[in-house]
Design a protein around this ligand. Structure first.
Ligand code: DI6
Ligand code: FE
Length: 403
């Protein structure tokens, strides 16, 4: 498919997400290849443009594509039985300690064929894409051995090639202790640190993550993973303060982390450290909801400190089997009391920052031509709609990738 270089997208209501909603009535966007080269009111379009293709959007809403900057999209099996157990009173931590939870997904992932992991990952990515996602982070963390981690990261890359989505991969080998290392978490962490150089050399790692928690790894173990990442020049991020306050956010901020994620138990010290480092606070309302958590992340304190807030699906089989960014907009507002604008910024611009990307998240000159077109009057309509609004069109780098 050869794509016309210069394209004009006209007749849209545009929300640029520059200085707030940045609404432009009867707006137009000009793209050249993968980039936006002009945005404004149609009435102000420069004369003599001669685009090679024109798209009339009939008053639809055009927004930046969503950046889903925290997912565990590639895995085998499901955890519906565990969901049932939790409804009968077992906690997420109880199940993990009893060898279920992440470990059961690890067993199913190791047993799966790569083609099957790819097929299920692709289906999930298609669903996210239909809901306006153009950039997607995918973590490993269900292989927990060198070959299985590499396999999942390769599948993630393949999902990116197949869907037209930008996929950023994160190595989360320090997600849980695999059974063969029972009682030897330090030995497992040493192994993870040894795997990183080869995974990186194969081009499979854009960032390194860990799960710093009572049921996972200690701050000292997390630090060793971060030191190994740092030695390779890789950025870090952290599952921090999800179930308890381990001081993980401050540790990660000390390594200049791109983001700290979950954060229900984040302390004032953690907030200060994140502010100092410019680390994004990644809030995950799907996991909060699905685990029926009651402790809210400290949204007001994050706001007051000026820490950028992002939101994402955290799609995974155990704590957040959700595949809709519009639904996350709604939950971020209803559960975490973000304003619709904060939720949108979290799902676009700040999500991009959480991946270290500065070329997307707004409709502006020089940004990537990544956008979604909606049957809506205003972006707040998508945060209001409690469901799974689908985009009329999803464009990545100037090319239509859905529907
Ligand atoms: N926190 C989470 O919410 C996911 N991973 C993590 O570290 C859950 C992963 C799972 O339960 O499979
Ligand atoms: Fe997660």
């Amino acid at each position: 498919m050869t794509q016309p270089r210069k394209q004009l997208w006209r007749g849209a209501r545009i929300s640029t997400m520059v200085d707030g909603w940045g609404l432009i009535e009867r707006g137009a966007v000009l793209t050249d290849g993968e980039q936006i080269t002009w945005v404004g009111a149609e009435a102000d379009l420069p004369a003599g443009l001669q685009p090679q293709a024109e798209h009339h959007l009939d008053g639809a809403l055009l927004t930046p594509g969503f950046v889903d900057a925290h997912t565990h999209l590639v895995y085998g099996g499901d955890r519906a039985a565990e969901f049932e157990q939790r409804l009968q009173g077992a906690s997420y931590e109880d199940i993990a300690r009893a060898g279920g939870g992440i470990r059961s997904t690890v067993a199913a992932t190791r047993a799966a064929r790569a083609d099957d992991l790819f097929a299920s990952g692709l289906r999930r990515a298609h669903t996210l894409r239909a809901g306006g996602v153009t950039t997607l982070e995918i973590k490993s963390g269900y292989g927990l051995e060198a070959a299985a981690e590499a396999r999942c990261l390769r599948v993630a890359r393949r999902v990116g090639r197949e869907t037209g989505l930008t996929v950023k991969t994160t190595c989360l080998a320090a997600h849980a202790l695999p059974p063969e290392f029972d009682g030897q978490p330090d030995a497992y962490i040493a192994a993870v640190c040894q795997w990183l150089p080869a995974l990186h050399a194969e081009g499979l790692v854009d960032a390194v993550d860990a799960f710093c928690e009572r049921i996972a790894f200690s701050p000292a173990q997390t630090r060793r993973v971060f030191e190994a990442a740092q030695a390779l020049g890789l950025p870090v991020k952290l599952h921090a303060e999800q179930l308890s306050d381990q001081g993980g956010a401050a540790l990660a901020a000390g390594f200049g982390a791109l983001s700290c994620d979950h954060l229900e138990w984040l302390s004032a010290d953690g907030i200060a450290a994140m502010q100092h480092a410019g680390t994004v606070a990644m809030l995950l309302p799907g996991a909060y909801y699905f685990l029926r958590e009651t402790r809210l992340p400290p949204v007001q304190a994050l706001r007051a400190a000026g820490v950028p807030i992002a939101i994402a699906t955290d799609h995974n089989p155990g704590s957040s089997p959700v595949l809709s960014m519009p639904l996350m907009l709604n939950m971020a507002c209803t559960l975490f009391r973000l304003t619709p604008l904060e939720a949108w910024l979290g799902a676009t611009l700040n999500g991009a920052r959480a991946l270290g990307l500065h070329d997307r998240g707004q409709i502006a000159i020089g940004q990537r031509a990544d956008f979604a077109v909606w049957d809506a009057n205003h972006p707040r309509d998508l945060a209001y709609a409690l469901g799974n609004p689908l985009a009329q069109a999803v464009i990545s780098g100037g090319a239509r990738i859905a529907p």
